[in-house]
Ligand binder design. Structure first.
Ligand code: UD1
Length: 336
């Protein structure tokens, strides 16, 4: 039973790979390194003392993808390969349609060709658009606020139509909230060519001196401290959620399910920044600037479906997320 991970060299993908390797499962990784480097695969190989089946190519090469599935007798796919910058997607929507939607279409075609019937899709809480109520459960109306969100929503819809055409095909869309932190003992990184738009990479860049200070996007929201609330969860918990979802996929007879991966706790930007200062022993240089367009004041999950259907809930708390993020500063300094 081998699981193919597209985007498995990236930040979340490599953590999922680690969880599967820790559980003794077989994996094969396909990644074009557009948002990563070879570092994580090398770190996995070193940690588990074995070579990783790694193929560096673009998932849109569908014949190659189908051949890889056949060669490795793949039975399940986790599709993580995608661009994820909201701002960039507004400027270059075609790149996002091409890479994310084009990638998903090629993947489904390759799965059909190779006869692979199980898919976990790396979706996002972005598919809920602006919250109409909180916490966000899987029945909340769906909306896309930008081209990136459009790609996630469209892919969920494509998977739905594909599943309807193939009895026996089963998929789960995992809607992630805000994964942060890093593996506590394996040196996995988020090391693509650009600094991601997200909060924690900017906090680390401010602490590491790559940027002068963190820009806090707005302190005048209708929230307890004026900054936005998000549902941060440890990426190691996210990875465990994938492992649990694979078990569920194996017993599904067909169809598509949607499941949130979140803690169900709203944490503000200021609270997170304070935790980095407190645990790291050094204040995060920061400045409040204007609101970022499209930011919801608060987003957090109703995680009960994951608990009920996967037997999964997040175990690691905010301090663990912050501690395991701060270790990156030391790791990056050691190897440059
Ligand atoms: C963002 C995307 C979301 C995507 C997710 C994963 C938007 C509106 N949403 O989620 O669609 O699925 O990333 O890539 O972009 N913040 C700062 N300063 C910074 C960076 C962020 O104050 O330099 C604040 C933001 O305003 C927000 C919080 O930190 O309140 C979290 O931001 P971020 O990490 O980008 O995640 P989301 O906005 O939740």
């Amino acid at each position: 039973m081998t699981t193919l991970l597209t985007g498995g060299a990236g930040y979340i993908g490599a953590h999922v790979a680690a969880a599967l390797l820790e559980a003794g499962q077989g994996i094969v990784i396909v990644d074009n390194e557009s948002c990563s480097t070879g570092h994580n695969v090398a770190a996995l190989s070193e940690a588990f003392q074995r070579p990783i089946d790694y193929h560096r190519f673009d998932v849109r090469e569908r014949d190659r993808l189908a051949a890889t599935m056949r060669d490795h007798r793949v039975t399940r796919v986790i599709h993580l390969a995608a661009f994820k910058s909201v701002g960039e997607s507004v400027e270059k929507p075609i790149d996002y349609f091409d890479n994310n939607i084009g990638g998903a279409v090629a993947l489904l075609a390759a799965m059909a060709e190779a006869g692979v019937e199980r898919l976990l899709f790396s979706s996002s809480a972005t598919v809920y658009g602006l919250p109409q109520y909180l916490p966000l459960d899987e029945g909340h109306p769906l909306a896309a606020l930008n081209p990136y969100g459009q790609t996630k929503l469209t892919i969920e819809q494509l998977i739905g139509s594909f599943a309807a055409s193939r009895p026996g095909f089963a998929a789960i869309n995992l809607r992630y909230f805000n994964p942060i932190g890093f593996h506590p003992s394996i040196d996995l990184r988020e090391d693509g060519p650009r600094l991601p738009d997200n909060l924690v990479p900017h906090i680390l860049a401010a602490l590491g001196g790559q940027i002068g200070e963190l820009s806090v996007f707005g302190d005048d929201y209708d929230t307890p401290d004026g900054s936005c609330l998000r549902d941060y969860l440890h990426v190691v918990d996210v990875a465990e959620g994938h492992r649990a979802a694979l078990d569920r996929l194996d017993v599904m007879t067909g169809g598509v399910d949607n499941i949130n991966l979140g803690r169900g706790v709203g944490v503000s930007v200021f609270e997170l920044v304070e935790a980095f200062g407190r645990i790291g022993g050094r204040e995060v240089p920061r400045r409040v600037v204007g609101r970022r367009a499209g930011d919801a004041p608060a987003m957090f999950a109703d995680p009960t479906k994951a608990k009920r259907e996967l037997g999964w809930s997040a175990r690691l708390d905010l301090d663990a997320m912050v501690r395991d993020s701060l270790r990156q500063l030391g790791a990056a300094a050691k190897t440059g």
